[in-house]
Design a protein around this ligand. Structure first.
Ligand SMILES: NC(=O)C1=CN([C@@H]2O[C@H](COP(=O)(O)OP(=O)(O)OC[C@H]3O[C@@H](n4cnc5c(N)ncnc54)[C@H](OP(=O)(O)O)[C@@H]3O)[C@@H](O)[C@H]2O)C=CC1
Length: 318
């Protein structure tokens, strides 16, 4: 089996392609249509989006084009979207809106994006993408308006119903700490375990403890920002550059190959078709020596997390 062609079985029995296309931060929305379409043509079967990325329409158009051209069937694709904090009280409305934007009858996976409920705000009629009543960037100060009377546990209980209604095949969480998961598990109405926890994971932030906990609970880790996100210092790291040179691939593909070997789902993003192709086709089974060298980077350079939105006073990651 090729390195890029593996599936993982989730705790609800569904299967998930291990390698996905991430779609965050592609500021050229039209380009997203083409990126998604080309990715599916290349062989990607798993697309990751979110309401806050404001690209669900374009992701949906890319998917539709590929389906219309007979490149793929809907049932062979795995599509994930996420619930933003301003809609945590309104998850049924939110998922229906996401489905409408995506042009789909169901998503394969619906995630609580962050364990933080935010107050919703007034729609800005001048912004056609402002359907969530949220600013473009999650770290803008105006999103720090925490809804203290609603918790991620309340939200998760409503997600269990969305799955029953068939709006999503599976449900999961994102950016949940071990403490967040433990808090969720102890609620008396908690019945359906999240199938995944989507969190930041890359060579400078390997998340060993969280991965071990999630493995013990049969929750699959999905590694976001696996290349260290935008303008990543990881891509110029000298150890990684020398491994990449030796293997005649990009540093990005060393990081992806390392993540695949660690056994979780991995979501690299690119808006450039040649990179999307190389991030899928130029993957390798890393030797033990190279695998260890990448795993040791954290000791050498120290831990570094790149995605840190300010939801204060709520303490994420604790
Ligand atoms: N649940 C959550 O809270 C979060 C989820 N995510 C998900 O994870 C996905 C991936 O994370 P993201 O933060 O986007 O970052 P990634 O770690 O995937 O890095 C993306 C960056 O790497 C560049 N890149 C991609 N491939 C290559 C290559 N072969 N050579 C050189 N540079 C390359 C991209 O540039 P270019 O586009 O120009 O190619 C982009 O700047 C997101 O798109 C999203 O789907 C991300 C963050 C938070």
């Amino acid at each position: 089996m090729a390195v890029n062609d593996k599936y993982i079985t989730l705790n609800d029995g569904k299967i998930i392609p291990q390698l996905a296309l991430g779609t965050w931060n592609n500021v050229d929305f039209e380009n997203t249509i083409n990126s998604v379409y080309e990715a599916i043509k290349i062989g990607y079967r798993h697309i990751d989006t979110a309401a806050i990325y404001k690209n669900e329409e374009e992701v949906g158009k890319g998917i539709k084009k590929a389906i219309d051209e007979g490149i793929v069937k809907r049932e062979d694709l795995f599509v994930t979207t996420k619930l933003w904090g301003t809609q945590q009280r309104l998850s049924q409305q939110a998922i229906k809106q996401s489905l409408e934007r995506l042009g789909l009858d169901y998503v394969d996976l619906y995630l609580i994006h962050w364990p933080v409920a935010l107050k919703s705000r007034t729609i800005d009629p001048s912004d056609p993408k402002n359907y969530l009543c949220i600013p473009m960037k999650p770290d803008e100060p105006s999103v720090r308006d925490i809804d203290i009377n609603w918790t991620f546990v309340d939200t998760y209980l409503t997600l269990q119903h969305l799955q029953k209604e068939g709006l999503t095949k599976s449900i999961g969480v994102s950016n949940f700490s071990i403490n967040n998961l433990k808090e969720l598990f102890k609620h008396p109405l908690f019945k359906v375990k999240p199938v995944v926890n989507q969190v930041e994971v890359h060579p400078l932030f390997p998340q060993d403890e969280l991965i071990e906990f999630c493995n013990s609970e049969n929750i699959v880790i999905e590694a976001y920002s696996p290349l260290g996100s935008t303008d990543s210092p990881i891509l110029t790291n000298e150890t990684l550059v020398s491994i990449a040179k030796k293997l005649n691939i990009d540093v990005a593909q060393v990081c992806i190959s390392w993540g695949l070997k660690r056994g979780y789902v991995i979501l690299p993003k690119s808006s450039k078709v040649d990179r999307i192709r190389r991030n899928f086709e130029d993957l390798v089974e890393l030797s033990e020596e190279d695998f260890k060298a990448v795993s040791n980077l954290k000791q050498q350079y120290g831990e570094k997390r790149f995605v840190i939105p300010d939801f204060s006073p709520f303490k994420v990651f604790e």
